[in-house]
Write a protein that binds this ligand. Structure first.
Ligand code: NDP
Length: 475
């Protein structure tokens, strides 16, 4: 199905066409559904110029006014939610209900972040001195967004950056640019010219943003290797960076987990969004007392889940989003077979149009196998057996990733003791992958740098500034 719409860049409040275009595929059919503008370096420079020149006006507006405009943007996205969700399903592959949830997530972020404020903090007040700390915006922010949650992740960056008084250039992934370009159209009627610019294009565009001398900060979500490149480029003008990178989150199941009751919940911990979630469960460690029963329940549940085209209302899991990721997951399945690990569910990919991979579950593969060590970012899950808590904690912490993790069981005290020893930015107990505008979210180790969301996340879009007044010495 071809989308009858001409997608354009948003630069300085204007809809801009480009000389060349790029095709966008539906991952469920591999058909071209639309063409998008392929921004040149000149287009990016124009976007940076617009963001720079609108900065002084935007920063001079009261934060309450910026709050109001962002809330209005949220309302208009809400009013267009069905159309945006349809677009998101077509470009990303996720089922319609999940696409609608994602659009609602973006609305929620705009609404909740808008309530935050840049607080002034009195550090010292004596007869001699008055010392106060402020937070001032950085200038032009480049927001580089991946393809797994293109809309929510974009808003996780745009909302705090704009509220804090910065102007923004957002670059969606070339795999999933359509909904963001459409939101750019909507935003142009609400935000002042140049405050939010949307540019789409090919591989070089991200690099141009990170290297641009007039961009003051890059907020990036994507892979760890690319995150390292972003940090390197950012060094040229000491850009601030926030990096939300890959994870290899473990779930640890204590022996008192009820296998039948928990299998469904833990299945979705791993396979929601076709496993393409930075904080999806990517390794599952199950105590030996319940291992066999749990694995059987997990496989039983997996057999009931429908994988298919996201536009089919019965679909629960869509295709993998793109060919690069599809090939990567298939390679992991092949490697799992090569080493002789037992695949207890899925593992056979049918030759058909679309990047479909069946839900694949691996029974107790070796700890050093690729399926355990590497982040699959797709519908394959290794389930491992453990006996001893110190041992499982060591196995989990051995990873270079440190994004999130979860502990499951009735013994909350034990779960909390384990949670405190996991080297990750977030640990959920009897919960998983809950991300909120109000919770600090960031990775340890190679999973990232800095914090998104919460008051800390807002401050990542500011400089800290201290003003000290000498009250006694009068000249
Ligand atoms: P990348 O990290 O390569 O790309 C993410 C975004 O960064 C894209 O918009 C990309 O644009 C852009 N980009 C690429 N190179 C640069 C650069 N040098 N400077 C600035 N921006 C750049 O992710 P992939 O899409 O290639 O996915 C690879 C892996 O990343 C996945 O297998 C998964 O493990 C992980 N991933 C993690 C996500 C998360 O939520 N943490 C989300 C998505 C992927 P372009 O495509 O045009 O190069």
């Amino acid at each position: 199905m071809k989308i009858e719409h001409e997608f354009k860049l948003l630069i300085n409040g204007e809809a801009v066409t480009t000389e060349s275009t790029l095709p966008v595929l539906n991952p469920a059919t591999e058909e071209v559904i639309a063409y998008i503008p392929n921004a040149s370096e000149h287009d990016l420079n124009e976007a940076v110029k617009a963001a720079r020149s609108s900065f002084s006006g935007w920063v001079a507006t009261k934060i309450e006014e910026r709050d109001e405009l962002l809330s209005k943007l949220g309302e208009v996205i809400y009013a267009n939610r069905e159309e945006l969700a349809t677009l998101l399903t077509l470009e990303m592959g996720k089922p319609q209900t999940a696409a609608l949830r994602e659009i609602m997530g973006a609305v929620h972020w705009l609404k909740e972040v808008s309530k935050q404020r840049l607080k002034r903090e009195v550090i010292e007040e004596t007869e001699e001195h008055f010392v106060e700390r402020y937070h001032t915006p950085l200038g032009v922010v480049g927001a580089i967004v991946p393809w797994n949650f293109p809309v929510t992740i974009a808003m996780m960056k745009i909302a705090p950056a704009l509220l804090a008084g910065n102007t923004v250039i957002v670059k969606p992934s070339p795999y999933t640019p359509l909904t963001t370009l459409k939101i750019g159209e909507i935003a142009s009627g609400i935000l002042p010219k140049g405050v939010l610019n949307v540019v789409s294009g090919s591989d070089e565009l991200g690099r141009w943003i990170t290297e641009h001398p007039d961009v003051n900060k890059v907020s990036f979500t994507g892979s760890t290797p690319t995150g390292k490149k972003v940090m390197q480029s950012a060094a040229t003008n000491l850009k601030r960076v926030t990096l939300e990178l890959g994870g290899n989150d473990a779930a640890i199941l204590l022996p008192d987990v009820n296998p039948k009751g928990m299998a469904k919940r833990l299945f979705w911990a791993a396979f929601q969004n076709t496993g393409q979630v930075c904080v999806a469960t990517k390794r599952m460690y199950v105590h030996e007392d319940i291992y066999d029963e749990f694995l059987a329940e997990l496989v039983n549940y997996a057999k009931t889940v429908k994988v298919g085209d996201g536009t089919d209302p019965n679909t629960e899991i869509g295709p993998v989003q793109n060919k690069m990721q599809y090939d990567k997951v298939i390679e992991l399945i092949e490697d799992t077979k090569r080493i002789g690990a037992r695949i207890v569910q899925g593992g056979e990919v049918e030759d058909q149009p679309g990047y479909f991979i069946p839900v694949t579950i691996v029974d107790n593969p070796p700890e050093d196998s690729r399926v355990v060590v590497e982040e699959a970012f797709g519908p394959i899950l290794p389930v491992m057996k453990y006996r001893d808590y110190d041992d499982v904690i060591a196995r989990v912490n051995k990873s270079n990733s440190g994004l999130g993790g979860s502990v499951w069981g009735k013994d909350i005290e034990l779960a909390q003791t384990i949670a405190e020893r996991l080297e990750t930015g977030t640990v959920w107990i009897n919960e998983v992958a809950v991300i909120s505008p109000h919770f600090p979210f960031g990775g340890h180790k190679e999973s990232g740098l800095g914090i998104e969301n919460s008051q800390d996340g807002l401050y990542e879009y500011t400089n800290s500034k201290t003003i000290m007044i000498n009250k006694k010495k009068m000249y």
